[in-house]
Design a protein around this ligand. Structure first.
Ligand SMILES: [Cu+2]
Length: 219
């Protein structure tokens, strides 16, 4: 069947709609036990799930320093590499057992270094197999629409395709919150998210063998 003029017109309308781009502006709030507002909002991540747009390649660095990771939260696109240089004079062993993103860089110190390329979207919990107090997070995203909030919690995600998507926010002590957002073909949209950290408790995690850490290194 030959396409009629009518169906051709419909197709061009759909293309025009998906070419639209809106900006999402908002604020993230993290509420602690007793209703207190958290101040470490820059450690949160905000992102939009749904648009099938490939992110530009980018990389990140998480440095091991003073038996800690710095920064403690990083975001990379699928296929993005995180470097894990060790600035301490002692060995560290970066690893994760987070699903398909599990990895193990084994023991190293300067001048050796390690890196990992993340292939699957999701939240990756990163630990050291020697020091249980060391923890960091890598969020791996399959589209370019993410933002790190400013210290007051405000964020902006620009260039979003028009449509109804899911806005998500994450913070270490609260987990995820989400809400639907309908992005217009042009212009800005306001959206705010509140994350509940009131039930958070520091919980021990296992080492890379799934066992408890040996006594001597404590939280
Ligand atoms: Cu370590």
């Amino acid at each position: 069947m030959r396409p009629s003029w009518k169906s051709v017109a419909l197709v061009s309308c759909a293309l025009a709609a998906s070419a639209g781009a809106g900006t999402l502006r908002g604020r993230v709030e993290v509420v602690e036990k007793g209703g207190k507002k958290a101040t470490d909002l820059a450690d949160a991540v905000v992102w939009v799930e749904g648009p099938r747009v490939k992110p530009q390649p980018s990389a990140a660095t998480i440095t091991m320093k003073g038996k800690g990771f710095e920064p403690r939260v990083a975001v990379v696109p699928v296929g993005g590499t995180v470097d894990f240089p060790n600035q301490d004079p002692i060995f560290h062993n970066v690893f994760s057992v987070s699903g398909e993103n599990r990895f193990d860089l084994d023991l190293y110190k300067k001048p050796k270094s390690g890196a990992w390329t993340f292939r699957h979207p999701g939240l990756v919990r990163v630990y050291c197999n020697i020091h249980p107090q060391m923890s960091a997070y890598v969020l791996v995203r399959d589209n370019p629409y993410w933002a790190r909030p400013a210290s007051d919690g405000s964020f902006e995600i620009a260039g979003l395709p028009a449509g109804t998507w899911t806005l998500k926010a994450w913070h270490e002590r609260a987990g995820e919150a989400q809400q639907p957002v309908t992005v217009p073909e042009s212009g800005a949209l306001d959206a705010s998210l509140t994350l509940d950290a009131s039930k958070w408790k520091r919980a021990p995690h296992k080492n890379k063998f799934g066992k408890d850490y040996e006594a001597g290194e404590r939280y």
